[in-house]
Ligand binder design. Structure first.
Ligand code: SF4
Length: 296
């Protein structure tokens, strides 16, 4: 498992495995993730590194209190001292608590010829192509009243026209997609496309690309002979949708962190039966019973 990017000057320095989880709860309960992170030591050995060190003092330290992330600071210091040939981690873009720290680390790695590796590959931040890949992995960070939420996803397609306007397209291959409607988006029940739109707008701005959002659409491919395009965000509803999305995401996350899990208000939503392991015990059916009882 060798990679052309790994040279003698990398192998002569230290490979650091950076192990982290953002909450004490995760650190105590998501042991599988920890195991996979510690296994990166084996990957470093297979790549030919002899001096391999693990930094795990940030386990259970939240990004919100990043100033206490002494492990990340140590990593940055070691790179700056030209001691590091390779940094390994899972989901490397989540190392830092914010964009500024992440890009600072990438810049230092480019300057001191330090490689970065994760579960998907090895990257040289000095190469424009690899740097782009590392940048693309950065999650969308939403901020409100000093709180941060990180969201990751993969946009299926972005169509950018000559006038600099772009639309986001999401492919749907399953059946039963008639529920993905404009009103679902406008009521904040379907957040995927508004979040993508916000994320891509920021990414273009960050890269200095003069592009503005013009909307978002689904392509339904259930019948390959007759693909259907449905525009669900356009210039008419875009401002209100984008204004609502951040507030809604924060409301949902706050509710979940307080242990409030709200079930659907449509007990017959077919997605419950299709995708959810809890469908048989969900309180949504109780609400159905109560409604029926009240009607009798
Ligand atoms: S069945 Fe599952 S997806 Fe549907 S409301 Fe209940 S918990 Fe949510």
């Amino acid at each position: 498992m060798r990679d052309d990017r790994i040279k003698a000057q990398h192998l002569a320095r230290i490979a650091y495995v950076y192990v982290r989880q953002s909450t004490q709860f995760q650190a105590q309960h998501n042991l599988e993730s920890q195991r996979r992170q510690y296994q990166l030591v084996e990957k470093a050995k297979q790549l030919g590194f002899r001096d391999i060190q693990v930094i795990d003092e940030d386990l259970g330290v939240s990004g919100a209190i990043g100033s206490e992330r002494s492990g990340f600071k140590k990593l940055v210091a070691e790179v700056s001292l030209n001691k590091v040939g390779l940094i390994l981690g899972l989901e490397v873009s989540r190392f830092a608590r914010n964009n500024k720290d992440w890009y600072h680390l990438i810049d230092l790695c480019a300057l001191f010829d330090t490689l970065i590796a994760d579960q998907d590959g090895i990257y040289h931040p000095g190469s424009a192509n690899d740097r782009d890949k590392l940048s693309e992995r950065k999650p969308l960070i939403l901020e409100q009243n000093g709180r941060q939420i990180r969201l990751s996803g993969k946009v299926d397609r972005i169509d950018l026209d000559e006038s600099g306007q772009f639309i986001i397209i999401d492919y749907k291959t399953g059946s039963g997609t008639n529920r993905l409607t404009r009103s679902e988006i406008e009521s904040g029940r379907s957040l995927q496309l508004p979040v993508y739109l916000e994320s891509v707008s920021r990414r273009f701005r960050h890269r200095g690309i003069d592009a503005s959002p013009a909307g978002a659409a689904y392509y339904f491919l259930g019948d390959p002979e007759n693909p259907v395009r449905k525009i669900v965000i356009d210039k008419k509803n875009m401002n209100s949708v984008l204004k609502m999305v951040i507030a809604t995401v924060f409301e949902i996350v706050e509710s979940l962190t307080k242990g409030r899990f709200t079930h659907t208000n449509d007990p017959d939503d077919p997605r419950c039966a299709r995708y959810c392991a809890f469908a048989k015990i969900c309180r949504k059916d109780r609400s159905k019973l109560i409604t029926r009882k009240n009607m009798e």
